[in-house]
Design a protein around this ligand. Sequence first.
Ligand SMILES: Nc1ncnc2c1ncn2[C@@H]1O[C@H](COP(=O)(O)OP(=O)(O)OP(=O)(O)O)[C@@H](O)[C@H]1O
Ligand SMILES: [Mg+2]
Length: 383
Amino acid sequence: MSRPVDILGRSPVILQLRELAMQVAVTDVTVLITGETGSGKEVLARFIHDRSRRSGKSFIPVNCGAIPSGILESELFGHERGAFTGALQSRKGYFESADRGTIFLDEIGEMPLETQVKFLRVIETGEFQRVGASETIATDTRIVAATNRNLHQAVADKHFREDLYYRLRSVELQIPPLRERGGDILLLAEHFMREFERKHGIDFEGFSPEATELLLRYQWPGNVRELRNLTESLLILERGKEITPDILDRHLVQRSRHKSLVHDPGRTDKNEMNLIYGSLIQLRQEIGEIRQMLQQLVGTRPAALPQLLLPGPASTPTEDSGPAEQPVPRPADTGEETVPLDELEKRSISTTLQKFGGNRRKTAQALGINERTLYRKIREYGL
Ligand SMILES: Nc1ncnc2c1ncn2[C@@H]1O[C@H](COP(=O)(O)OP(=O)(O)OP(=O)(O)O)[C@@H](O)[C@H]1O
Ligand SMILES: [Mg+2]
């Protein structure tokens, strides 16, 4: 017998998921597995089967999205001779042939509504009828279903039965996306590299520290499948080379979106901040010029003009700011006072934080700096 399938990973989320899967494996309860594409839904379904009393029987994966809707029902439940045009002979469906094994219904959200009715009945009573038959057949099959679709939305859109949705959801195992599994990315990369080194007889030269950092920061839209495919491509196509961020970038699916990660992050931060400072300083100069023009045009004393100047906190007149006649020569009045760069930076961070309701991730993204830098600056400025 082949080795039982394992879920690789040491991150707390994966260890917890593994633990939960072991607990449900020994029962016959119907399980719904949810997770993004390539995150390991089928691996988890096999893991459960391999640790159940059914491990010696068959595991039948059925992709509900890939089988034409008219055929799916007869594939699952079988049909009688003459049940429909072309049904020349009666035939057993998966629920009969997988008896005492496990059926893995992948992309369950794609199951047609008529089939969902029959399916719910199997879950609830363990019984079904072949298409075109009146006789009821009992089945002892474990059902594991999976989806990467938002089933809740499918229910709202009336594409998925609400009763079935709640029935399936009673035991739901959610697989986290790879980008949320931290160090597991490197552990899996290492595992797949060893696997492909053996398969192709090629030695892997390793990732440079910068490439390793990029692996950790990349979004992995294709999850573990993408990582697995990537390691094989790197090993074969970049044979004999240490993998640098540039090489990695050529092979990643989501190239354009992570492009900036390939550059030195410190440098990127500085460049982007310099652009922000530049724009603010330019804006200040322009406002200063407008003030001067207005002064010349109206011939009024500066203090009587609207205090437009942007950054200076004292530049907005208030009720108690004193009579306008008072000679208060403030640097802001000349339009030439200098605000230190770190003050500009502090204000820029503070307003952006406010704009995103204190959400640091969004703030960091908007400012074009990484989250760690943002944390440091928040501490530094006591924001
Ligand atoms: N934890 C894991 N340990 C080892 N290999 C894994 C793990 N998770 C996923 N894989 C590997 O990643 C690939 C994709 O996994 P799987 O087919 O289970 O994903 P899926 O969620 O069913 O994808 P899809 O949504 O496209 O059907 C497979 O090659 C599988 O072996
Ligand atoms: Mg799958």
